[in-house]
Structures are given as structure tokens and as C-alpha cells.
Write a protein that binds this ligand. Structure first.
Ligand code: ADP
Ligand code: MG
Length: 336
């Protein structure tokens, strides 16, 4: 499997202020490989603050890891030169949450789409540039004749977000990093835009990292899922398995329609116990410890991933009867 993009034991720590020692581990030892020749959609899910945007920025090369490596076609992205750097910039594209952010109100849609075409010299004539724009707009379900020549205020939110995707698409990327791409779009349009993203994977061979705090959307679009909590992988695997049968207490909490099994313990007691344990662990235990109704003494050391089936593993001692998976092998859990 030739790797397009590979995270190797990537950790990102943010430090605030020069004098204060306060720091946040936004991402903790994540390894992930995206294959070049097998386009897939991976969801990265978790609550706000779980490190999703940090992961996106790392994948895009916008920020550097504090530890570990990010490789693009086998080369460290911090050391890409000339042509390889241009290829990376073109082939790995972002779609962000805010469909308004990239629009300058004084320019038409044409301008927005022309800039990347010019920057990467993707057309040799105005006619060819136009064809590329039309192709990209059509691929995201827009009719070029309705869109070209318009100003941002003449477009709906849904159209704007599609144009955002089209803007990435004119570059014929291999990977799209979509950070909450539908969270600011009307609910009625979400499924439709997600369907469009799926079409890009199926028909245009684009892999997608789909980042969301909303697990219901994950279900519609992705094949596999990685659940993050405070920078650590809590659960990963086949999206159907993880959403229908979540194993990690955190994933179960996210999918709150699923009732909690009775452990013959009263809530109050476990909560106090979990809090005490977290204090004694001094932040080095399981990240979910203080909220976990199943907290056990061993949770002061974070659990490795335990694999309960081919395409599902959870980082939780409740599953220690299953084989361990090293964090480097996360990718093996994800069906393509
Ligand atoms: P998410 O996208 O899942 O909400 P983020 O990646 O934005 O999560 O943030 C993860 C953690 O890192 C949070 O605790 C956040 O406060 C912190 N963080 C994010 N960006 C910065 C930054 N530039 N400086 C300091 N802390 C940051
Ligand atoms: Mg975010």
C-alpha cells in the first residue's frame, strides 16, 4: 500500500505564554496512513476541544507536530522542496466550516475559482480555465450557468459551501480535509452536501477526512471512524460497528440514545471515585477518567486499544480480554 499521507506518532502540544508552564496536549500519539490508490472517507469525531481541528491543520501542513512525523508520499512535509511542495499544496486541500470565510464580497465566484487555477498554472488558456471551473461546479452539483458571474451575496449558504468544495476540487486534489463542512449549513441541505462529498470519493477518486462533532452525519458519509477525546483516540473502526455498537464509555456517551449498562454501582459513588482517581493520576491517566462511570483503579494509566473485532477497537480496560493493538496499527482497524 503506497501511502499518500502518513502520520507517525504525531503529538501536538500548545503552550500558552512564555512564562507560564500551561500547556495543552491537543493531539496525543496519533498514527494514521491514507493510501494513494484506495480513496476512502474517514470520519474524525469528538466533542469540541478534542483536537479535531488540530489534526486537520497538521494534515494540511499549516502547523508542525511537537513530536512525530508527517510524511507526504514518503517525505517529511516540513522538508518538501520545490515541485514536491507544490504537489502537496495542490493535492491536499481544505474545506472549512465557515462557507463565508473565503469569499471576498467584491469578487465574483469566477475570481474565487480562477485564483487557484492561476496559482498552480492549471490552464493554458481562458477557455481551459473556464472548462475546469465548470467541471468542478458540476461535480459539486451546481449548474455553472447559474453560478458564474455571481457575487457572494447572491448565493445561498448551501451554494457557498458547494463552491468552497468546488474551489478545492479545481485543483484535482487527492485528499480533502473537511473540518465540520456542514455545521454552518442549514440542516435541510446537509445530507445533500454530504452526498456530494461521497460522490467525489466514488467518482473522482478523492479521499476525504471528514471532521465532525455530529455522529449522525458520520454515518451517512464515511466508511470508518476515529473517535477522539481530549487528543487521544478512544475508539476506531468501521463506522457501522462503532455507531451501532459503541464500546468505549465515551463513544456511548456521544451516542446518547444508547442506554448505559447497569454496573450495580451507584452513580454518586463512581463519580467521586473517578474524580479522586483523576487527581491521583495527575492528568496522566485515561483522558475520560473524571467522567467515566466505569472508572477502575487501572485507569490511572491510559489503556491501549483493545480489538474486539477486525474493524473495531476501544482504548478501555473494560475490553482487556481482547488482543491489544498498538497505536501505530490504527489504520488496520479502518475498512477502506
Ligand atoms: P476541536 O477542533 O476538536 O474543537 P481543537 O483542535 O481546536 O479541537 O483544540 C484542541 C485543544 O487545543 C483545545 O483544548 C484547544 O483549546 C487547544 N488549542 C487549539 N488551538 C490552540 C492554540 N493555537 N493555542 C493554544 N491552544 C490551542
Ligand atoms: Mg474544530
Amino acid at each position: 500500500m503506497a501511502a499518500l499521507l502518513e502520520l507517525k506518532n504525531v503529538t501536538k502540544v500548545y503552550t500558552r505564554g512564555v512564562l507560564s508552564r500551561a500547556s495543552t496536549t491537543a493531539l496525543n500519539d496519533v498514527s494514521l496512513t491514507l493510501a494513494e490508490n484506495e480513496p476512502t472517507i474517514v470520519t474524525v469525531a469528538g466533542e469540541s476541544g478534542s483536537g479535531k481541528t488540530t489534526l486537520a491543520m497538521l494534515l494540511l501542513g499549516f502547523i508542525a507536530p511537537s513530536a512525530g512525523q508527517i510524511l507526504y508520499q514518503g517525505q517529511d512535509i516540513s522538508r518538501l522542496g520545490g515541485a514536491a511542495r507544490m504537489a502537496f499544496r495542490r493535492e491536499v486541500q481544505a474545506v472549512f466550516q465557515d462557507p463565508f470565510a473565503v469569499f471576498n464580497p467584491f469578487y465574483t465566484v469566477d475570481h474565487l475559482l480562477t485564483v487557484p487555477i492561476k496559482k498552480f498554472k492549471l490552464a493554458t488558456s481562458a477557455k481551459q480555465a473556464r472548462e475546469r471551473m465548470e467541471e468542478a461546479l458540476t461535480a459539486v452539483g451546481l449548474r455553472p450557468e447559474d453560478i458564474l458571474g455571481r457575487f457572494p451575496h447572491q448565493l445561498s449558504g448551501g451554494q457557498r459551501q458547494r463552491i468552497n468544495v468546488a474551489r478545492a476540487l479545481v485543483l484535482k486534489p487527492k485528499l480533502l480535509v473537511a473540518d465540520e463542512p456542514v455545521s454552518m449549513v442549514d440542516a435541510s441541505l446537509r445530507a445533500n452536501i454530504l452526498e456530494t462529498l461521497r460522490g467525489l470519493q466514488k467518482n473522482h477518486g478523492v479521499s476525504i477526512i471528514y471532521i465532525t462533532h455530529d455522529l449522525t452525519t458520520a454515518f451517512h458519509i464515511a466508511k470508518s471512524i476515529i473517535v477522539l477525546y481530549r487528543g487521544s483516540v478512544m475508539e476506531a473502526g468501521d463506522v457501522d460497528a462503532v455507531i451501532k455498537h459503541p464500546q468505549h464509555p465515551y463513544t456511548r456517551l456521544l451516542i446518547d440514545s444508547i442506554p448505559w449498562p447497569d454496573l450495580n454501582r451507584r452513580w454518586g459513588e463512581t463519580e467521586i471515585k473517578a474524580k479522586e482517581m483523576e487527581q491521583s493520576a495527575q492528568g496522566s491517566g485515561c483522558k475520560f477518567l473524571s467522567r467515566c462511570p466505569f472508572a477502575m483503579n487501572q485507569c490511572v494509566t491510559p489503556a491501549p486499544l483493545f480489538r474486539m473485532s477486525e474493524h473495531q477497537a476501544a482504548s478501555c480496560y473494560l475490553y482487556e480480554q481482547y488482543p491489544q493493538v498498538h497505536s501505530d496499527q490504527l489504520t488496520e482497524l479502518l475498512p477502506v
